[in-house]
Design a protein. Sequence first.
Length: 332
Amino acid sequence: MILVTGGTGLVGSHLLLQLTASETEIRAIYRNGKNIRKTQSLFELYGKEDQFHKIQWMEGDIIDVPSLEKAFQGVTHVYHCAAHISYAPKDENKLRKTNIEGTANIVNFCIDYKVNKLCHVSSIAALGDLKPNETNITEETEWNPEHLHSDYAISKYGAEMEIWRGQQEGLNVVIVNPGVIFGAGFWDQGSGLFFSAIQKGFPFYTNGTTGYVSATDVATIMIRLMKSDISGERFSVVAENRSFKDIISQIAEKLGAKKPKWEAKPWMLAIGWRLDWLSAAFFNTQRKLTKYSAKSLLTAEDISNAKIKNALNFEFQRIDTVIDEVIRLHQK
């Protein structure tokens, strides 16, 4: 029996789409039954409605130990995709509770139930920090606790520490660190909001860069790693490193929206995140721009994908193709 956490999210749903093509015993846990419909819609989008019914859905929560006791019955392999994603400082406690404590619970159950292998979905946010003499980020780049990190990044780094603890206690583990994930079916959350915002008009851009990858590639790599003899390793999962200006302009062109005209300078972002903080403090609004996110928009990150390409002889989908597919399926 395969157990998937986070099966109603972007990565988890695309993972289930692939697993159900060949596997027969698949269980996925959910917190809110309404969210199952999102995963079902993805299957319908790809014409795979029959596969969806292979999934055994079970109510559960990674921070609710009693619910996990039922979910782990008969489980041999676990894909841990569940996580809380937020860059708002007010969500620090929830991030730590879900991402660190929740992952610790999954690791403990994997050990107690003698699970054969665990695959954990982390993030490039948990990778290390470049030193002055370094040019690209790899799996071996050291984490510097004195650098500015978002609460989300810290929580994902802490989650990885729980995974390595599991390895030390005899659990077979692999970790994937995806970049920004583009995938069909989730226009109203995650990276899908990026497309929605650009469609409405996104006048500003920055020349910062980061790594991008398709949800399909992430799922494929996870499955192949789980079926391999590879254990005790983590892999950066990035197809391409692209500038925000390039990505925003391309998405805008494909959507028939206006391309960004003005570069957001560092001083503009510095003012922007402070005004956003004031707005959140006085009017209780949701943070849209934090000090960390402002910094990340200006940072040029070059993340290496050599390790995963060599380990699996893997060829990533081009991000241009992925963007086209996401938009085509949304407009279907």
